[in-house]
Design a binder for this molecule. Structure first.
Ligand SMILES: Nc1ncnc2c1ncn2[C@@H]1O[C@H](COP(=O)(O)OP(=O)(O)OP(=O)(O)O)[C@@H](O)[C@H]1O
Ligand SMILES: [Mg+2]
Length: 292
């Protein structure tokens, strides 16, 4: 399947499903599909990394299979696991029924079959016959060993199960890995991927994103909001506001029916965009806001 016909096609179709991609994002998304290479998206929190994978799925009519990474994620949660309880029941049942006649080899062959396999996201995505976007989210949160597991999937689109053999993809999924870069990923993983760095958008793109997601907000206020967010990002904050916060802030202003984003309005709603006490103090000082 061709995922996108060209970078321009990627841009238009992502736009149609509400994702406003910059030229680098549309080009890399097109290439990831055309070359059938996994796409590694790195960047700060809330800049649209996860959303890109969801948007690719929406734009292409594919289903999304998601592997959420976390510390301690292992093979049994990422790839597959044998259903031990069911295997045990089967062993007991065969023992009772055959009066102990069934040989161990027979039982063994029986319990390591499809029926007793619990598939997890990586294996699920590999085996699906329908178009699939595989999102491996926040890959930097896992231990480095998990990257070893990913290599077989990312380079050969296959999974080896010792008892069953190698399962190869019938249809290659569109793979998106996201990372906050809280640690460096291994060179082996990076080598297999195309790389996209997502950052905060420029003012015009951010205005478009906010306007498309919160159409109820006055155009002038949207501009004020985007300008204020840009100023805050220039301060040395513990956590700079992301696109997600801009969108939340826009919704807040609509709910409060604020028609002018003046100092008072900013001070009153700062908690929507800044989530650290020290960041509040700094913003109040630098923007010369009056706390009420
Ligand atoms: N280019 C974009 N077009 C439309 N909406 C966007 C875009 N970028 C970000 N957003 C909005 O920002 C929100 C946050 O994006 P997302 O959850 O993808 O962030 P993230 O980069 O995965 O962050 P984290 O690292 O915290 O997981 C999305 O729900 C979406 O509303
Ligand atoms: Mg995310």
């Amino acid at each position: 399947m061709t995922w996108f016909a060209s970078p321009a096609d990627a841009s238009t179709r992502l736009h149609d499903v509400g994702y406003l991609a910059d030229p680098a994002t549309s080009t890399t998304s097109f290439l990831a599909g055309a070359l059938e290479k996994p796409l590694l998206v790195e960047g700060p929190a809330g800049v649209g990394k996860t959303e890109l994978a969801k948007a690719v799925a929406r734009a292409t009519g594919a289903d999304l299979v998601r592997l959420q990474c976390y510390e301690g994620l292992d093979e049994a949660r990422a790839l597959y696991e044998w259903n031990y309880k069911k295997q045990l029941l089967r062993i007991q049942a065969s023992h009772t029924q055959s009066g102990g006649d069934e040989t161990w080899d027979q039982t063994h062959d029986d319990i390591f079959t499809e029926e007793f396999l619990l598939t997890r996201p990586l294996l699920t995505a590999i085996r699906r016959e329908e178009p699939t976007v595989l999102l491996i989210d926040e890959v930097d949160k896992t231990d480095i060993e998990v990257e070893g597991l990913l290599l077989e999937v990312l380079s050969d689109f296959q999974v080896t199960i010792p008892e069953l053999g190698t399962v190869s993809a019938v249809r290659r999924p569109f793979v998106v890995l996201t990372s906050n870069a809280s640690r460096e990923l291994s060179e082996a993983v990076k080598r297999r991927c195309l790389y996209l760095h997502l950052d905060y958008p420029d003012a015009e793109r951010e205005r478009e994103i906010v306007a498309s997601q919160v159409p109820g907000l006055d155009d002038q206020v949207t501009r004020q909001l985007v300008a204020t967010i840009a100023r805050l990002r220039e301060l040395e904050l513990k956590k700079a506001p992301s696109i997600a916060e801009s969108v939340d802030w826009a919704r807040t202003l609509v709910a409060l029916e604020i028609g002018d984003l003046d100092d008072t309005a900013i001070a009153d709603t700062l908690g929507v965009i800044l989530k650290h006490r020290s960041d509040h103090d700094r913003a109040v000082k630098e923007l010369k806001l009056v706390r009420r």
